[in-house]
Design a protein around this ligand. Structure first.
Ligand code: ADP
Ligand code: MG
Length: 277
């Protein structure tokens, strides 16, 4: 490297160009390049690749912060054996994203409380974020509340439009929307606005027949369900509460230390994270 130019100025120019990774790496790369006699194009390529990789990493980090996923819920610590009706292969295929997210198709997880719906949906969200998709995880009643505020301020449409930036919107616990929330139809408008364009992942502990309390009237419930299921994959996690089952298994194993302190080869229950919900 010739020394007759100002390294500080290079750094300034790289800041101006917003190339922080190159700014950080170039002195080392340049030194190596000089020592090993790299062609100039190779040096340029190495630096550019570094900047792109860093940019991707930072973008995913941002998306992860925006996604508001449940902490600690991953596919790795989800025990698929506990839900034989959900195929791991199918979930892996969904986590590739392309097929359904591009077409605005939906995913619906149904089943009684404790069956792993929130865990699985957050874990799917995480896997999609890691692949570069934008996801938002929300408790349905919180989101409905926010949209109702927007409606009162005559800004519902723009609030719904802002959610368009998410390839996947996870609405956890749809059936927990309360009666007074149902009286306005913000949820229906959200579902209609995303129909065939942007995907939804819905979890619910009640079957469609029970959704009448979620929407202002039966006709709207029907219309909402119709739009949701038109292009959708439905998983029914009809299993007993995972929490209950693991507690029961611990009890059956007799008195003693709790399972998460047991000697590993004594443990029949799968390893699990701290309960979040
Ligand atoms: P749901 O949303 O269906 O009510 P959750 O996803 O909140 O159920 O699950 C309850 C608890 O049990 C959570 O701590 C979750 O991580 C755990 N859990 C449920 N199913 C599984 C599973 N198949 N593998 C690992 N942990 C699970
Ligand atoms: Mg849940």
């Amino acid at each position: 490297m010739s020394n007759d130019f100002d390294a500080t100025r290079v750094s300034l120019l790289l800041s101006e160009l917003r190339l922080p990774a190159i700014k950080l790496m170039w002195p080392d790369f340049a030194e190596r390049s000089d020592k090993e006699g790299w062609p100039a194009a190779r040096l340029l390529m190495a630096l550019a690749e570094h900047e792109i990789a860093e940019r991707d990493r930072r973008r995913i980090e941002r998306h992860l912060a925006d996604a508001k996923l449940l902490p600690g819920k991953t596919l790795e610590n989800f025990d698929f054996d506990a839900v034989p009706m959900v195929s791991k292969a199918q979930v892996s295929a969904l986590c590739a994203g392309d097929g359904w997210l591009r077409g605005g198709a939906n995913l619906i997880l149904m089943g009684p409380p404790g069956g792993g719906k929130s865990h699985l949906s957050s874990a799917i969200g995480l896997s999609l974020v890691e692949k570069g998709w934008k996801v938002l995880f929300a408790r349905t009643s919180d989101l409905v509340q926010r949209l109702q505020v927007a409606r009162r301020e005559l800004a519902l449409e723009s609030a719904i439009n802002r959610l368009d930036r998410f390839d996947l919107l996870i609405l956890d616990d749809l059936a927990y929307v309360t009666k007074d929330q149902a009286e306005t139809s913000v949820l229906f408008e959200l579902i209609s606005a995303r129909y065939e364009r942007r995907s939804l992942l819905i979890t619910a502990n009640q079957p469609f027949g029970e959704w009448n309390k979620v929407f202002p009237d039966p006709a709207m419930t029907l219309a909402a369900v119709d739009r949701l299921v038109h292009h959708s994959t439905i998983f029914e996690l009809n299993v007993e509460s995972y929490r209950r089952r693991t507690a029961l298994q611990r009890k059956q194993q007799g008195p003693g230390r709790p399972a998460n302190f047991a000697t590993p080869n004594n443990v029949r229950v799968p390893p699990r994270q701290e309960d979040q919900s």
